[in-house]
Design a protein around this ligand. Structure first.
Ligand code: ZN
Length: 464
């Protein structure tokens, strides 16, 4: 009884005591070591070389830079040692880190995409596990809070046209549109929990996205973004920017050992001579503005109109699908994907070749993927025919087909390709002029559309 009274007294006294003034404790904030001005998203170790001369300039301007490689580049030959496949990927991760450390860039991440050698972006996205890689990328955008993303232009062109390069441009664009959305990967945004802590990131809206193209023709990109000379002298290193890019590239032994050995034998004067228009190192760097949420001019500086601080999340403007007849044919595969992609991400101004184009290895097969849309209430008989350059032949896919009512059917026409023209006087294979291939469809004696592709034949090209 006495004990109970004592406890009652304690409770009574506690309630009477003045509230003890508690100092507010600061809650933890995002880690500033990872705040970034420029986030570069590329596919393979050595892809960063496409932008290192600009990054050297940005370092002069005190920009904080992070780089994400979506694969470890485990395909291809190893010029420096015996390691192959995943082991080669492990080596290339270190080479890419060394290259960027040369410039003073240490915030470098690798995602789990699988190096996929083809020109088809959809194949790369499938091999990478698109959803998982996107989730990783959105996490890193929220962690690094970039003002600007630089990445490969998502499109298909005559050029190197690596599907992995295109895929990282696709993912970076998706991450640009998603990282600021609080209902996308919300588990990354949940705050501390008692038992199983969640990630405690915040949504982040990137302000601008710029692309660099993997294409050979450059006319369609001119005037679509800023251009930077690489010959100016860095305040940090007292060397031209292109020279800093070349020095960083020396880390890529497994990809370019014979080339790098040659450079290692050169004296300064010989290296200086590499700064000619014929040598890629001294070329101006061109960027294509994807979109800006803070205004500014198309060809103005990448950081034009960028002010410190967060901006609100902006849902991308979706352009409606153009009107089509009830029965029509269109080019499918990456080409129709990119048409939809540009409309879905507010990128209808993004340059792309018309007609669509591809470079393929001679003696191979061209596959022309098609969608045949039948929105009518009855089954339709479709006749597919191809118009080809001389010496090119249809292997299969033309003729008559039925498409059920209210159905979209996938079809493909396969074309056997001749050898590319070769010039025996020069040892190097001569490029042949691109040629047009057209597949047309007909129903009830009426045309229902055509798919046209411009095709260039080469001695070597990545598989379609
Ligand atoms: Zn690459």
């Amino acid at each position: 009884m006495l004990r109970f009274a004592g406890r009652l007294l304690t409770v009574f006294l506690t309630t009477l005591l003045p509230a003890h003034a508690q100092e507010p404790k600061p809650l933890p904030q995002a880690d500033e070591r990872y705040k970034t001005d420029i986030l570069v998203v590329v596919a393979h170790p050595d892809d960063e070389a496409a932008v290192t001369a600009y990054l050297a300039r940005a370092l002069d301007e005190h920009r904080r830079i992070a780089v994400i490689f979506t694969t470890r580049g485990s395909s291809g030959e190893n010029q420096a040692g015996a390691e192959q496949a995943a082991a080669l990927g492990a080596v290339r991760e270190i080479e890419a880190r060394s290259a960027l450390t040369t410039l003073g860039i240490n915030n470098v991440w690798f995602l789990s995409g699988k190096d996929t050698a083809s020109q088809n972006v959809l194949l790369s996205l499938a091999h990478w596990d698109h959803a998982e890689t996107l989730e990783e990328l959105v996490r890193l955008v929220r962690l690094t809070r970039p003002e600007v993303i630089l990445t490969f232009l998502p499109g298909t062109f005559i050029g190197e046209d690596h599907g992995d390069h295109q895929a990282c441009g696709v993912l970076a664009t998706e991450a640009f549109d998603l990282a600021g959305d609080p209902v996308v990967f919300p588990e990354q945004l949940a705050g501390p929990m008692k038992r199983l802590p969640l990630e405690n990131l915040r949504p982040w809206q990137v302000k601008k996205i710029y692309y660099f193209a993997d294409a050979e023709r450059e006319d369609i990109f001119r005037g679509k973004g800023p251009t930077y000379s690489v010959k100016e002298i860095s305040k940090l290193s007292q060397k031209p920017y292109w020279r800093m890019a070349l020095d960083a590239f020396r880390a890529h032994q497994t990809q370019a050992k014979s080339y790098l050995d040659k450079i290692a034998q050169m004296d300064e004067a010989q290296i200086e001579k590499m700064a000619t228009p014929e040598d890629g190192w001294a070329e101006d760097q061109h960027y294509v503005l994807g979109k800006s949420l803070v205004g500014g001019s198309v060809t103005g500086d990448i950081f034009e109109r960028i002010a410190p601080g967060a901006i609100p999340y902006a849902r991308p403007e979706i352009t409606p699908e153009p009107a089509h007849p009830d029965l029509f044919l269109e080019l499918a595969g990456p080409w129709s994907f990119y048409a939809d992609f540009r409309r879905a991400h507010g990128l209808t101004n993004l340059p792309h070749p018309e007609p669509p184009e591809i470079a393929l290895q001679g003696h191979g097969t061209l596959v022309i993927p098609l969608w045949i849309h039948n929105r009518t209430a009855k089954a339709q008989e479709i006749t597919l025919s191809a118009t080809l350059p001389a010496g090119w032949t249809v292997e299969n896919g033309t003729g008559k087909f039925m498409v059920a009512a209210k159905q979209t059917a996938a079809a493909q026409v396969e074309v056997s390709l001749p050898a590319p023209d070769e010039n025996p006087a020069e040892k190097t294979p001569k490029k042949t002029e691109p040629q047009d291939v057209t597949v047309g469809g007909e129903a009830n004696g009426q045309p229902i559309g055509q798919a046209r592709l411009r095709v260039e034949l080469r001695k070597r090209a990545l598989p379609q």
